[in-house]
Design a protein around this ligand. Structure first.
Ligand SMILES: O=C(O)CCC(=O)C(=O)O
Ligand SMILES: [Fe+2]
Length: 150
């Protein structure tokens, strides 16, 4: 899924429907509800989700770009955050003079990395020395061939 290994710790879970034979009982109903809320908002369908739990400030994710196996050249990744606010940083892969972006992802924030974002930008959630509460982030993804809407 990643183009390189990331080392920072966090708890991870993954659901997908890569075969297109979606069985709703394989996904928690809360997850389906969030997925449908996102899909209705942006009119893009997803068939996989990565769940990250950042337990405290010692958890984070280092610079990377997301790569999922998809027939879509322009991959869309939809991110939803719950709990603690953590910084989400973006840096351009080639244009080093372009300033980094720093976006605080608050509880309930929806962020769409659309199209070529992941081709040209890397992102990270840095560790922090602040005393922070847990944060959950869901990234909905398009993997394989999306045969039909889940
Ligand atoms: O936690 C986030 O906001 C981003 C997570 C992320 O970049 C990933 O799981 O690929
Ligand atoms: Fe990522």
């Amino acid at each position: 899924m990643y183009d390189k290994m990331v080392t920072a710790p966090r708890m991870i879970s993954w659901y997908d429907d890569i075969d297109g034979d979606f069985d709703k009982s394989n996904w928690p109903k809360e997850l389906i509800a969030i997925k449908e809320r996102v899909e209705n908002e942006i009119h893009i369908n997803f068939n996989a989700v990565l769940l990250n739990l950042y337990r405290d400030g010692k958890d984070g994710v280092s610079w990377h770009s997301d790569k999922t196996q998809s027939e879509n050249k322009d991959m869309n990744i939809a991110s939803v955050t719950f709990g603690e606010t953590r910084m989400f940083r973006l840096r351009h892969k080639l244009l080093k003079h372009v300033p980094q972006l720093e976006i605080p992802l608050h509880h309930g924030t929806f962020l769409l990395m659309a199209g070529k974002t992941n081709s040209f930008w890397e992102h990270q959630v840095p560790k922090t020395a602040r005393d922070v509460l847990p944060r959950i982030n869901l990234t909905f993804r398009q993997v394989g061939n999306i045969k039909r809407k889940i």
